[in-house]
Design a protein around this ligand. Structure first.
Ligand code: FES
Ligand code: FE2
Length: 361
């Protein structure tokens, strides 16, 4: 339990973990169009080229700082509105219209971008070290998806995420009649799963009936990616419902989320009639879990001061979060997280910077 001391990344709005984050819906970025996006403390220009691929670049033109989302898409590149410098799909400067030769060394920073589940995802590092978050048991399948709620919760994404493994509150808030006990599986440095290993008790007639739908355990599995996106798999053996909660912090550290409902692609009539029904039912499951906690997220000041054994999964989640790599995106200053910079130095440096900024205006 003592390991919850010195928590520096979990629930810290100034710490952005390197990883994939949802940016916007694919349909919100049309071919040959651009979009402004203030994303995790960084201003980006998104655009979709002739080839239909969505790309994300640092917003400000290296010539004079115009926002590149004001520019226009040309081929698979982007031309700045202001003096019409053109950058290709790799961010390389390829044309300065007023000069015969492009003899200026300048480029724009591009960020790994992918589209999945009808969303554009941006990776907050040089090269993606992991795939876009996926549901482990559906990894090999083609998928049908639809959107659930788009929401803002008044606390950090990390705090919203742990709600799904806070087995302690399943009874107190959600009235679930069974005790859930998780096995923790660390899948990679940025991915951790919690899988339920509880048999359905047969203490009541309806629980006995319920248990007929489960060969082994009650299926309730969570899989988390960079502590901000989580997938839940829940349901009887013959039908698992899958929901992805894609979250990211906004400028004040609150969670901006998009719920994604996922099922295996089915062909023919099954696909036509059954999949929409499954996705609809999945949405109801998501709503059921989402609604019980709405109020507590408005006022919570998360501080697990008195952990007990039943909080074990949460502690493991926090510990795993603390080991992840942060990036220099974000609303704060990365140096604050760097062990080599003492807090005193950091404050002095910050004050010095502020002073310099003020006096040079
Ligand atoms: S500011 Fe972009 S070309 Fe001048
Ligand atoms: Fe809950």
């Amino acid at each position: 339990m003592s390991s919850l001391e010195n928590v520096r990344i979990f629930n810290n709005k100034d710490a952005i973990i390197e990883g994939w984050y949802w940016a916007l819906k694919s349909t919100d970025l049309k071919k040959n169009k651009t979009k402004h996006l203030n994303f995790l403390g960084k201003e980006l220009a998104l655009y979709r080229g002739d080839d239909g691929i969505a790309r994300a670049v640092d917003a400000y033109c290296p010539h004079m700082g115009a926002h590149l989302a004001e520019g226009k898409v040309e081929g698979n590149g982007l031309r700045c509105f202001f003096h019409a410098w053109k950058f290709d799909e790799a961010g390389k400067l390829v044309d300065i219209p007023c000069r015969a030769k492009t003899d200026v060394a300048a480029s724009i920073k591009t960020w790994p971008t992918e589209e999945m589940y009808g969303l554009i995802w941006v990776y907050t590092g040089e090269a993606a070290k992991q795939p876009v978050p996926y549901i482990p048991e559906l990894k090999e399948f083609e998928l049908d998806t639809s959107f659930g709620n788009n929401f803002v919760k008044e606390c950090h994404p990390n705090v919203v995420m742990i709600n799904a493994i806070d087995a302690h509150h399943f009874t107190s808030v959600h009235n679930l009649p069974v005790k859930v006990e998780f096995e923790t599986i660390v899948r990679s440095s940025d991915c951790i799963a919690f899988e339920n290993r509880t048999f359905i008790p047969k203490t009541k007639w309806y629980l006995n009936l319920f248990s007929k739908f489960y060969e082994n355990y009650l299926t309730y599995n969570m899989c988390y990616w960079n502590a901000s996106t989580g997938s839940v798999t829940v349901g009887p053996d013959f039908l698992h419902c899958h929901i992805i909660f894609a979250l990211r912090p906004n400028a004040i550290g609150h969670a901006e989320g998009q719920t994604i409902l996922v099922t295996k692609k089915r062909t023919g009539l099954m696909g036509f009639f059954v999949n929409p029904l499954i996705l609809w039912a999945t949405k109801q499951v998501g709503n059921y879990f989402g609604k019980g906690d709405t109020e507590v997220f408005k006022t919570i000041k998360f501080n697990l001061k008195t952990p007990i054994k039943e909080d074990d999964s949460i502690i493991k989640f926090v510990q795993h979060t603390e080991k992840q790599t942060t990036c220099d995106w974000g609303f704060g200053v990365k140096k604050m997280l760097d062990n080599s910079v003492k807090e005193k130095d950091f404050h002095e440096e910050t004050l010095q910077t502020r002073f310099t900024n003020t006096t040079s205006m």
